[in-house]
Design a binder for this molecule. Structure first.
Ligand SMILES: [Zn+2]
Length: 190
């Protein structure tokens, strides 16, 4: 691990992330404890990186005419709490205390509507390409930080494909679950 931990949570904000507010959120149901992290991948256009289109998309500011693919998602209003770019930079779109719109129809351990009680983390990536090592490093640091603040998450990290099987495939076959879990374990026990 080359970087020191610099992340902390204050009032639902991740200190160390660039704040990029999205209008796409609402309140979590009353008395809902955060108990799950959902890992996703996204790239716009698919399997192309950089360009700033993902953050424009989550801010409802994407110019749909820029690329033919964008027309297939025109008007969609979605968000995530965090996005980890290929460079390792972390962006926060929605406060953790609020409900981001990342999971859609979903079920985790027989509990529906994962958006109600989860934190969504998007990795800039695709189902076709490996993620960057720095993305695993940063994901590890961020999840370790979140687990301290929201202890239920310690037992509950899932992929979008786990909570919406048949409908979603991300984070995809290139996401190295075992390596990530090992890295997280080592990071927390160092
Ligand atoms: Zn997803």
């Amino acid at each position: 691990m080359s970087q020191a931990t610099t992340f902390q949570v204050q009032d639902g904000q991740l200190i160390g992330a660039r704040q990029v507010p999205s209008p796409n959120f609402n309140q979590r149901p009353a008395d809902t404890e955060i108990q799950l992290v959902v890992i996703h991948n996204i790239s716009l256009p698919p399997s192309q990186f950089g360009g700033g289109y993902i953050e424009q998309f989550f801010q409802n500011q994407l110019d749909w005419s820029v690329h033919p693919y964008f027309q297939t998602i025109e008007g969609m209003e979605v968000s995530t709490h965090l996005l980890i770019l290929r460079t390792g930079e972390v962006l926060q779109f929605v406060n953790f205390n609020d409900r981001a719109w990342h999971a859609g129809r979903s079920t985790y351990l027989a509990q529906k509507e994962c958006n109600d009680y989860s934190i969504g983390i998007e990795l800039e990536g695709s189902d076709d390409l490996p993620f960057e090592p720095v993305q695993y490093d940063v994901l590890t640091q961020v999840v370790a930080c979140l687990q301290q603040v929201y202890p239920k998450i310690q037992q509950h990290i899932a992929g979008h494909s786990d909570i919406a099987p048949g409908r979603k495939t991300d984070p995809g076959p290139f996401f190295e679950w075992n390596a990530f879990r090992q890295q997280l374990h080592h990071f927390k026990n160092k």
